[in-house]
Structures are given as structure tokens and as C-alpha cells.
Design a protein around this ligand. Structure first.
Ligand SMILES: NC(=O)c1ccc[n+]([C@@H]2O[C@H](COP(=O)([O-])OP(=O)(O)OC[C@H]3O[C@@H](n4cnc5c(N)ncnc54)[C@H](OP(=O)(O)O)[C@@H]3O)[C@@H](O)[C@H]2O)c1
Length: 287
């Protein structure tokens, strides 16, 4: 199977390359394919003739989107629609990656695919609009959450940096979600691409709901194994104590029942974290 990946220079794009296995993954970074360029999209599809396209390209800065909502919308909504229409015109299946942040997180139960998006911030609004455009053109929306990988940058990198520098790290403990190791998501995307049929939307994320605080504490304990760190305490705080430009959902735990029914891998996020930290340790030993 030949897969064309847009946003190929990003965290997920690079993970797809690493997990290609027997498949051919052509990952084009923005410098080689800007998804806002309709003629470049058509040319790329003609040149590579992929069996499926995976759109990982996006304006992914949640806080930055508050200051640049038009650009976020241009990339995450309008250009996502361009990708979807270009794929539809050539009859190429499209998997489009979206986010738990299309939801307001006001509930207390895992969110299923049929829940109605109600984004709280500009990033979420742009992604929700992109989802609709992709679905209108017959593409498949794959929602995920809290992505991390050694490729980074991610929350794991931020907390590692802080753990090396600060005695105390304060992390919000009242936002719940499911961290996802990008290579696990890559495996699921490749498996989905190989299926003869796909649902219009499916949730793929790591197994186990947690909070940013618990996630941070696990990262700090992991880093402590291979580096002398400064951090002595990971202090739980509330969202109200940690002001950010973008509002974030309190409970954006995605339900993965459908993904499991389809046989997609839904693996514990702690395993992915261990793999990420093991890669960092290997780099340390190699020094
Ligand atoms: N990261 C998360 O926690 C998370 C959670 C849920 C969903 N998602 C979704 O998962 C997908 C992949 O995320 P990620 O973590 O891999 O993000 P990432 O590392 O920021 O990668 C996104 C890539 O898209 C590229 N890009 C931006 N504008 C583009 C354009 N106009 N044309 C082509 N490429 C463009 C970026 O290139 P430049 O670096 O050159 O700008 C970047 O390499 C995104 O759709 C994101 O919304 C992410």
C-alpha cells in the first residue's frame, strides 16, 4: 500500500514514516506540499498515485490560534476541505486527523463519535469546521488527543525540560483526557487505510483517562530514572490557577469502543511513555 502523508514534517507525520513497515509512506512536509495550494495537491496526487491520503497537516498551536484565528481556520478548515475534494475527485480515500478539542468537555462520560462538536476555542472551531468539510467530501475523520512522541515537540518534552530545571512544577489536575503515543496512532491510521471500508468518524487514542497532572508526574518519575533532575514536587493546580489564552475542555475523554470493534490498536499511554523515555535513555547512553 502506498500512503501520501501531508504535514509530513510534524510529530505524527514522522511517526507514520517510522511505522510504515512493509508499506510505502511518502510524507511531504509543508515546504514540499502546502495544503492551501489546490494545484499542488492535484499534482501530488497525480505524481504519487497513493492508495490513501493521511492529512496530518494542521495549525496545531491551541493558544496561538486565539491570536491567529483566520490562519488557523484557513489551514484546519478551508485547506482540509481542499484536500478532501482533491481526494474525492481522484477517488482516493482520505483519513483526516482531528481532535478532542472540538468538544466542550462539559460531560463526565467518554465522548462517542456521534456527539455534537461544541468547541471552546479558535483551534477547536477551526478543526470542527474542517471535520465537516472532510465529511461532506466523503473523507474519514480520525479524532485523537494529547499526542506525544520522541519526535516531539509535545507535553513530554515540556515537562522533561521543566523537571531538569525547576524544583517545583505546577500542573492542572482538573482537565481529563487520553494521552496518545503518536506511533500507536500511526499504526491505527495505517490499519484504517488498509480497510476496504471505513466509518465517517472514529476515535483513536491511548488507553486510560488521566489528567495533565498525573501525566506530568509519570513523565517526571520516568525521567528521574536516567537523568539527575531538579524537580522535587509536581503540584496539582486548578485550571483557574493557570491562565492560558485558549479555554480548554475539562473532560475530553474520547470513547474508543468503535476503534476496538474495528480491531484498531488502542494501547496504554503509559506503554507509549515508557517507549518515548527509553528512546531518550538510549540517546543518553549513546552520548
Ligand atoms: N498534538 C496534539 O496533541 C494533537 C491532539 C489532537 C489532535 N491533533 C491533530 O493531529 C494532527 C497532527 O498533529 P501533530 O502533533 O503532528 O502536529 P505538528 O507536529 O504541529 O505537525 C503539524 C504539521 O503540519 C504542518 N503544516 C502547517 N500548516 C501547513 C500547511 N498549510 N500545509 C502543509 N503542512 C502544514 C506543520 O508544518 P510547519 O511546522 O512547517 O508549520 C507541521 O509539520 C493535527 O491535525 C492536529 O490538529 C494533535
Amino acid at each position: 500500500m502506498k500512503l501520501l502523508v501531508t504535514g509530513g514534517g510534524g510529530q505524527l507525520g514522522r511517526s507514520l514514516v517510522r511505522r510504515a513497515g512493509a508499506h510505502t509512506v511518502i510524507a511531504l512536509p509543508r515546504s514540499q506540499l502546502d495544503i492551501r495550494d489546490a494545484s499542488a495537491l492535484t499534482a501530488a496526487l497525480a505524481a504519487h498515485a497513493p492508495d490513501a491520503v493521511i492529512n496530518t497537516a494542521g495549525f496545531t498551536g491551541v493558544d496561538a490560534a486565539e491570536h491567529a484565528p483566520a490562519l488557523a481556520s484557513e489551514v484546519n478548515a478551508w485547506a482540509a476541505g481542499l484536500v478532501a475534494r482533491a481526494c474525492a475527485e481522484r477517488g482516493v480515500p482520505l483519513l483526516h486527523v482531528s481532535t478532542d478539542y472540538v468538544f466542550d468537555g462539559a460531560g463526565a462520560r467518554p465522548i462517542t463519535e456521534d456527539a455534537v462538536p461544541a468547541p471552546l476555542n479558535a483551534y477547536g472551531r477551526s478543526k470542527a469546521e474542517g471535520e465537516q468539510r472532510v465529511r461532506d467530501a466523503g473523507g474519514t475523520v480520525v479524532r485523537t488527543s494529547w499526542l506525544f512522541a520522541a519526535a516531539g515537540p509535545s507535553f513530554v518534552h515540556t515537562i522533561t525540560r521543566l523537571a531538569l530545571r525547576d524544583r517545583e512544577i505546577r500542573v492542572v489536575a482538573d482537565q481529563f483526557g487520553r494521552p496518545t503515543w503518536a506511533p500507536d496512532l500511526a499504526d491505527a491510521l495505517i490499519a484504517l487505510a488498509a480497510m476496504p471500508e471505513r466509518p465517517p468518524c472514529v476515535h483513536v487514542c491511548g488507553d486510560g483517562a488521566t489528567t495533565w497532572h498525573e501525566f506530568a508526574a509519570a513523565i517526571v518519575e520516568g525521567v528521574r530514572i536516567y537523568r539527575p533532575i531538579a524537580c522535587e514536587r509536581v503540584v496539582p493546580i486548578t485550571t483557574a490557577e493557570f491562565a492560558t489564552p485558549a479555554r480548554r475542555p475539562a473532560y475530553s475523554v474520547l470513547d474508543t469502543t468503535l476503534a476496538r470493534t474495528l480491531g484498531l490498536p488502542i494501547r496504554p499511554w503509559r506503554l507509549g511513555l515508557a517507549r518515548t523515555l527509553a528512546e531518550e535513555l538510549a540517546k543518553e547512553i549513546g552520548r
